[in-house]
Design a binder for this molecule. Structure first.
Ligand code: S3P
Length: 443
């Protein structure tokens, strides 16, 4: 797509389809980072081929790791714990990825040289103090002192110490950052973390890294000790529920359609959107569930819904739906009644200030709402039908804002001009292909 915008002026017609979506981003990045620390050649099938993952592989290559990508298989020749080849003047580019930018720091905590971490315009606006602080407590050095945004320099230390860490945001990136640090820190690291996606815990268990986990209400208590080594491991990456969610919402909002999304990761810490939509009257079902590499996967069956109810969204679901709220808001816009979502300040810490920008998109659509930095109230209209022209631009090329806008255009009609289609490459490169597969027309 060479233009820097797309035009959509037709609602999608009814469909009945089965599709696959691209591989899970969180699992792809975690597999690559951990494979680099294993001994021997690890392989991943269906690794996500997106910019965030490509940047992960590029960073690993700069650190002396051999990576081979052939068709649907990626292999990484790990050099063992702290086995990177550290050189002077290395610059690592995390691009748009908060997950990569934050997690890679933990693998550099013994680097004898300063390493510079840079990112794109969006990532350079995001807060890194949330991972710098715990790593400093472990004994890692950051320059310039007190800087909380990229670009920053990290330099490791040979005098690392274990910490007790409390994570209160429900951020899997913060939790994982400290977990990955434990691979190179002597003694026991203890974490109390507000529940969030637990892929790292699952991988650690599968890799026999010493880890104990206990869940008490909405908190996970995790104890970690340094492993002697990590053996090479192969991984089969299932479809990404965050990518599947665009099609779930499109189908829920359509008149008489059905979709089956094949082989999606349905880890309980990721399916907030499904729980929320089912509370709103959707009937989304899991079929053929199985465990693959310690992760629950299944097909997801979705049908259109005639009546949608509003919701006062329980905050314990926030972390499990954190990347999906913008499309949940679209469902709220069509539900009968007023929906309310709160404790969502973390949304404004993402690739763009998503609560603010999603509210702007909804306002452009004519949806009545109230919002502040932390919450949003949406006045639903079951007959929502757009006739007007809508332009969506200036959203820091946030992939999920772009895809939300496409789903809204295909669901509610109107004449949409949406900028920065290239953004889908961050997380879901086959997005347009999949939309066309089910009959959506994007010019
Ligand atoms: C991710 C965690 C979430 C999520 C991001 C991916 C991960 O971020 O928004 O897209 O893979 O750990 P936070 O940990 O900042 O909530």
């Amino acid at each position: 797509m060479s233009k820097n915008f797309v035009l959509i002026d037709k609602k999608i017609k009814d469909y009945n389809k089965k599709i696959y979506v691209d591989g899970d981003k969180s699992l792809s990045i975690r597999w690559a980072l951990l494979a680099s620390q294993a001994i021997g050649i690890s392989t991943a099938k269906n690794l996500l081929k997106s910019e965030d993952v490509q940047n992960t592989l590029n960073c690993l290559k700069k650190l002396g790791i051999k990576v081979i990508q052939k068709q649907n298989i990626c292999s990484i020749s790990g050099r063992g714990l702290n086995g990177f080849i550290f050189k002077k003047n290395i610059i690592l580019n995390a691009g748009n990825s908060g997950t990569l930018g934050r997690l890679i720091l933990s693998l550099l905590i013994k680097s004898p040289y300063k390493i510079k971490i840079v990112g794109d315009k969006s990532l350079s606006k995001r807060d890194f103090s949330r991972v710098i602080e715990p790593l400093k407590n472990i004994g890692v050095n950051f320059y310039p002192a007190n800087k909380s945004k990229l670009p920053i320099f990290i330099k490791g230390s040979n005098y690392l110490r274990p910490i007790k860490y409390i994570e209160n945001k429900g951020s899997a990136q913060c939790k994982t950052c400290v977990m990955l640090a434990s691979l190179n820190v002597p003694g026991k690291i203890k974490i109390k973390a507000k529940s969030s996606r637990n892929h790292t815990e699952n991988m650690f268990k599968a890799l026999k890294i010493p880890i104990k986990t206990k869940k008490i209400f909405n908190y996970d208590f995790i104890t970690l000790s340094k492993p002697k080594l990590i053996k090479k491991f192969d991984f089969n990456i299932p479809g990404d529920i965050s990518s599947a969610s665009f099609f779930i919402v499109l189908t829920v909002l359509s008149n008489n359609s059905k979709i089956i999304l094949k082989n999606i990761n349905i880890n309980a810490t990721r399916i907030g959107l499904i729980k929320i939509l089912n509370m709103m009257g959707a009937k989304i079902k899991f079929k053929n569930a199985k465990i693959i590499n310690g992760e629950k996967c299944s097909d997801i069956e979705v049908k259109s819904v005639k009546k949608l109810k509003s919701i006062r969204c329980p905050t314990y679901l926030n972390s499990a739906a954190i990347d999906e709220f913008m499309i949940i808001f679209l469902v709220a816009a069509k539900a009968n009644g007023i929906s309310y979502f709160k404790d969502l300040s973390e949304l404004n810490q993402k690739e763009s200030p998503r609560l603010k920008i999603a509210a702007r998109v909804l306002k452009n659509m004519g949806v009545k709402l109230r919002y502040d930095d932390n919450s949003i109230k949406i006045y639903g209209n079951p007959n929502l039908e757009l006739k007007k022209k809508i332009v969506i631009k200036d959203f820091l090329k946030d992939h999920r804002i772009f895809m939300m806008s496409v789903i809204s255009a295909l669901s509610f009609g109107g004449e949409w001009k949406i900028y920065d289609p290239i953004s889908v490459k961050t997380s879901f490169p086959s997005f347009f292909k999949k939309i066309r597969e089910i009959g959506g027309i994007i010019k």
